[in-house]
Design a protein around this ligand. Structure first.
Ligand SMILES: Cc1ncc(C[n+]2csc(CCOP(=O)(O)OP(=O)(O)O)c2C)c(N)n1
Ligand SMILES: [Mg+2]
Length: 624
């Protein structure tokens, strides 16, 4: 039996009948379809989505975004919140609509989060080329702007004939649901092919379940890992995002309690173990806590679980200074498990932790190590309390905003952030209680993720309050999804932190001898020729109100606290606006991040920074 449908209709029908299953729990793989229409998809995928909605022949709800990059972020926010078991499809028109998604694709792939991208493409027949927005490569007629998705996709295909669709769809679903391979999956859809009819076998549309595995560690690999760990005197766990996606928090807690091994976390792993667990030592690396960084410096064995070991995590390979430091890497992806010449333990984080806990029976760290951790944690708690309640004047410090929010939020509330000075302050100071509470996108650290990603997170967890922290720079790049939140009635709590420019890059610039050059939002000063004139007459609170959000202007931490309560109580998207001092002090992570400074320079500030850079660089290690 066959069914006659267009390629786009077949695609929509197929996507509506895909499911994932893990631990016996089954759910839709593709929750819905984000989109912005143009000539490339309005009559193809657009018609198919309309027909699906009107006839009920396929259940794939359409959501309209205001920017294609943002709709990929929203899908990623959703998929991350659903532990990568569910995501969205994103349809975009030809040309700019499609290339707007490239940044989102890179973000998804780098963070290992599934998203299905459906950029539209030029006529497969080439009947009317060059089309509006067509690239036209003189060397090859087989190239389009969608080729730019290749390096940022885990699977990429162009559907030039209807017959190619079934196998491409199966390949796409396999990659989306494979925890080791997942990321952006791109199916480029030529405009004419989308509208072309074909007789499809009916089986293509029967419900299909993609079982998400929990691979077990291979016994000999487990044996080698256990051998290393059993001889560890000062071991340290680094918990990455993989712990959370695998829902391995309870297994991690049992492992830590059985062995006494301290647990540090990465940006994606924060909350894997509650912050106040006796084994929790906070963030590790360039923006980590000095407690975790002191332990990292002396650790003889590092057990990385579900981590990519980004430069922030390893402090650009200066974090681990023991001469013979050895790594054991528990990761579902062999690629990550092999890093730093570690003992590779390719397995699901939960299954691997359970196996390690059993195999390490009888092992426990020295009581002296435990006492040292307890004392260091107690000292650090006082430092965090101080930063949370600094009383900075006249404008509050950002650390006070984070403190007020942390103290205000319930265990199940979610905080969303991505770029600027907040991810670092959060990684160091945030006290996460629930594994889904801390949602900081720091694989791509993409300005503009915050509001869109928060929207996706809220769609994934309507029963949780989502608090989006957004800096003025990020807000100016991508505020428009407030309109989507308003139109869909998806309630967000936004906290807009105004510090008149790039606080983060400003202090980075200063530390590298570049004098905060070009990092402030200011008038150009005619005498200096630099952007260091007066503050601009920009009113982002008014801007947010103009997009349909309720806005509360606050000036003090006390007012902020009241506004947060009002925001939570409301069922409308609410923006709490506050100005902060970008120069307020932040505790030190006692760590380093490698950003090269000019080797030769006419500026004193740069020369001094270069000397400091060369000194710091001497600690950089190859872990072989
Ligand atoms: C899309 C994008 N462009 C540039 C950067 C580099 N960058 C990182 S943080 C930052 C400034 C962010 O400004 P804001 O959101 O106001 O946060 P603040 O640093 O003031 O806390 C820039 C430009 C980036 N991460 N993402
Ligand atoms: Mg700013």
């Amino acid at each position: 039996m066959t069914v006659r449908l267009t390629v786009a209709q077949a695609l929509v029908r197929f996507l509506a009948s895909q499911y994932t299953e893990r631990d016996g729990v089954r759910q839709r793989l593709v929750e819905g379809c984000w989109g912005i229409f143009g000539h490339g998809n309005v009559a193809g995928v657009g018609q198919a989505l309309l027909q699906a909605q009107q006839t009920g022949e396929a259940d794939l709800k359409y959501y309209m975004a205001r920017n294609e990059q943002a709709m990929v972020h929203a899908s990623v926010g959703f998929a991350r919140m659903r532990n990568r078991l569910q995501t969205f499809a994103c349809t975009a028109s030809i040309g700019p609509g499609s290339t707007n998604m490239v940044t989102g694709a890179a973000l998804a792939t780098i963070n290992r989060i599934p998203v299905l991208l459906l950029p539209s493409d030029f006529f497969a027949t080439r009947a009317a080329s060059p089309l509006l927005q067509e690239l036209e490569d003189p060397r090859s007629a087989d190239v389009s702007v969608n080729d730019a998705f290749k390096p940022v996709s885990r699977y990429w295909d162009r559907i030039s004939r209807p017959e190619q669709l079934p196998s491409a769809l199966l390949a796409a679903m396999r990659v989306l649901t494979d925890p080791a391979e997942t990321g952006a999956v791109t199916l480029a859809l030529p405009q004419d092919v989308q509208a072309e009819a074909h007789d499809w076998p009916e089986q293509l549309f029967t419900e299909r379940t993609w079982f998400v595995p929990r691979p077990l560690p291979e016994p000999s690999a487990l044996g080698r890992a256990v051998e290393v760990l059993r001889h560890a005197r000062w071991p340290l766990v680094i918990a990455g995002g993989g712990v959370i996606y695998s829902e391995a928090s309870a297994a991690l807690r049992r492992f830590a309690e059985a062995t006494g091994i301290p647990v540090a976390d990465t940006q994606a792993g924060k909350g894997a173990l509650a912050w106040d667990h006796p084994c929790a030592v906070g963030g590790v690396g360039a923006t980590g806590s000095p407690v975790a960084n002191a332990l990292a410096r002396e650790a003889d064995v590092v057990l990385g679980i579900g981590t990519r070991y980004s430069d922030f995590t390893t402090a650009s390979r200066t974090a681990f200074q023991d001469r013979d430091v050895t790594f054991v890497n528990l990761n579902v992806a062999a690629f990550d498990a092999g890093k730093h010449a570690g003992a590779s333990l390719v397995a699901d984080a939960r299954a691997g932790l359970e196996a390690l806990t059993t195999a390490l029976t009888g092992y426990h760290v020295d009581p002296g190590y435990t006492n040292r951790i307890e004392a260091a944690n107690a000292d650090w708690r006082r430092v965090v309390e101080h930063a949370y309640h600094l009383g900075h004047q006249p404008l509050p410090a950002q650390t006070e905003i984070l403190g007020a929010l942390n103290e205000f939020m319930d265990e199940r509330d979610v905080v969303v952030q991505a770029a600027g000075s907040m991810p670092g302050d959060l990684q160091m100071l945030w006290r996460a209680r629930d594994p889904k509470q801390y949602h900081v996108e720091y694989g791509y650290s993409c300005m503009g993720y915050e509001i869109a990603g928060g929207l996706g997170a809220k769609m994934a967890a309507p029963d949780r309050e989502v608090f989006v922290l957004v800096g003025d720079g990020s807000y100016l790049m991508m505020a428009q999804e407030i309109v989507t939140a308003v139109s869909e009635g998806i309630k967000l709590n936004l906290v807009l932190v105004q510090n008149q420019g790039f606080g983060s890059i400003g202090s980075l610039s200063e530390s590298l001898g570049s004098q905060r050059f070009g990092t402030r939002y200011r008038y150009r000063d005619p005498s200096s020729g630099l952007l260091d004139g007066d503050v601009l007459p920009v009113d982002l609170a008014a801007n947010a109100a103009s997009l349909g959000a309720d806005v509360i202007r606050t000036r003090t931490v006390k007012e902020l606290q009241a506004a947060l309560a009002q925001s939570r109580a409301s069922d409308r998207t609410t923006v709490t606006y506050i100005e902060t001092d970008p120069l307020a002090p932040v505790p030190s992570s006692e760590s380093w991040w490698d950003v090269p400074v000019s080797q030769t320079s006419a500026l004193d500030s740069t020369q001094q920074a270069r000397t400091a850079y060369e000194a710091a660089q001497r600690d950089q290690r190859m872990y072989l």
